[in-house]
Design a protein around this ligand. Structure first.
Ligand code: NDP
Length: 403
């Protein structure tokens, strides 16, 4: 019997709400709150139509701790699922501490004025959550999230020691627009325009954004795509928790049209995060750009093709070199049929529901602040197979992303 409060009614919030509603034996009551309550009501109506379940909704400004505290005290959930933006992580964590409620999210905190992901701000809450007897689960989306689980699973079951890690995120979907982002445009563009950092022999090495490209042939005929090395937040926690890793890299696929638009937008200053003055008004260029771009939640009906996201882990087993590739492929149109969303929000929302389920069922519940790989991957991986994200293991695959 568990009541959850979901905060954030965007693409991911919609999927989490649908998926929690489908698992009524765990999520007995669901409340969806966000800045714009109309969006919550829209999702609630869709969920009622598709599952017959009634979802309550509320309005909240998640930047405001007293407002969050008032809402949480009124709802009295067991767990808050934060799928608003990374800017709200700390205020929601503060409100959870004040009200004695467990916390989870899908993306690490990022200050609005610095485009830099780092876990240090959230790891600093370890003692506070531990002392309060509360749990905070960080990064339970796909990447981070499922990719941490794939890495942990490969190491637990196939390797004695991990040495090299390559996480490869391919989106083979086509939405037909010359330029659109699959999740929040502001967060997405901040992420892909940031300097690349990869882990090499005990430290992060910085290289220019998009400066290293490879070709990657996906399994299951998803296709062959250009992938670019970039920084992604799970590299920080995975290299901390698996110190035997010598090199860890993250790769993402981008089409030529996306990269051309991004380059031009960057050159003319449209991706800037510093406010500029326009006719007496302060405008942040990237926020203005977000208003012009298609809403990621609207891409669902138009996106065709598949995603293929996985982790290739190389290391030693019984004194011999071994490598393992664990991956999932997900079809955009199948996701749309099930929950009215494209696969990027789907692949994030399903692991968010499963992470919450792991906590509420007590399989993962322990006080403190935890990254996914610090918890047992087996029950989570079982649930990925059950709830829409089945995965496959290829032993000793023919991939070489060495650099
Ligand atoms: P959207 O922009 O579609 O949705 C964000 C939602 O949060 C909106 O409903 C927005 O409200 C709400 N929100 C924003 N600010 C506030 C606030 N101050 N108070 C209350 N609500 C607020 O984003 P996505 O759904 O695409 O992404 C959600 C989260 O998931 C992000 O943190 C993103 O980084 C993360 N993510 C993680 C992935 C992973 O694999 N780990 C992959 C993709 C996303 P409004 O409607 O009023 O704008």
């Amino acid at each position: 019997m568990s009541k959850v409060l979901i905060i954030g009614a965007g693409g991911v919030g919609g999927v989490v709400t649908h998926k929690c509603a489908q698992v009524a034996e765990v999520f007995t009551e669901i409340v969806l709150a966000s800045r714009t309550e109309a969006k919550c009501k829209q999702i609630a109506a869709q969920v009622a139509e598709m599952t017959g379940r009634q979802i309550k909704t509320a309005q909240v400004d998640a930047d405001n701790v007293p407002e969050l505290v008032e809402l949480i005290n009124r709802i009295k959930p067991e767990l808050v699922i934060n799928v608003a933006l990374p800017y709200q992580d700390l205020t929601i964590m503060d409100a959870c501490l004040e009200t004695g409620v467990h916390y989870m999210d899908t993306a690490n905190y990022e200050p609005e004025d610095t485009a830099k992901f780092e876990y240090k701000w959230q790891w600093a809450y370890q003692e506070k959550f531990e002392k309060a007897g509360l749990m905070a689960l960080l990064g339970s989306g796909f990447d981070p999230g499922a990719t941490n689980m794939f890495t942990a699973y490969a190491i637990k079951h196939y390797l004695d020691e991990a040495h090299y890690l390559d996480i490869v995120d391919v989106n083979g979907g086509d939405h037909g627009y010359p330029f659109a982002t699959n999740f929040n445009p502001e967060i997405n563009i901040r992420e892909v325009t940031a300097d690349c950092r990869h882990w090499q022999d005990g430290e992060f090495v910085t290289t220019p954004a998009m400066s290293l490209k490879e070709s990657f042939g996906c399994p299951e005929e998803v296709g062959t795509y250009n992938i670019y090395r970039m920084y992604h937040e799970e590299l920080e926690s995975l290299t901390k928790h698996y110190p035997s890793i010598k090199r860890a890299q993250f790769w993402m696929s981008f089409g030529d049209s996306y990269l051309k638009h991004l380059e031009v937008l960057g050159n003319v200053g449209m991706t800037g995060i510093e406010p500029i003055e326009y006719k007496g008004q302060q405008i942040v260029p990237i926020q203005f750009l977000k208003e012009l771009l298609p809403d990621p939640a609207s891409l669902g009906p138009r996106t065709k093709g598949k995603t293929c996201i996985g982790a290739i882990v190389r290391g030693i087993k019984d004194g011999k070199e071994k490598s393992v590739y664990v991956y999932n492929t997900c079809d955009h149109q199948a996701c749309y049929q099930e929950v009215k969303s494209q696969a990027i929000s789907y692949t994030t929302g399903v692991p968010a529901m499963i992470g919450a389920k792991m906590m509420l069922e007590g399989k993962w519940m322990k006080p403190g602040v935890w990254n996914m790989e610090q918890l047992d991957p087996d029950p989570f991986m079982d649930d990925m197979n059950k709830y829409g994200l089945p995965w496959t293991v290829i032993e000793d695959p023919d991939y070489d992303l060495a650099h």
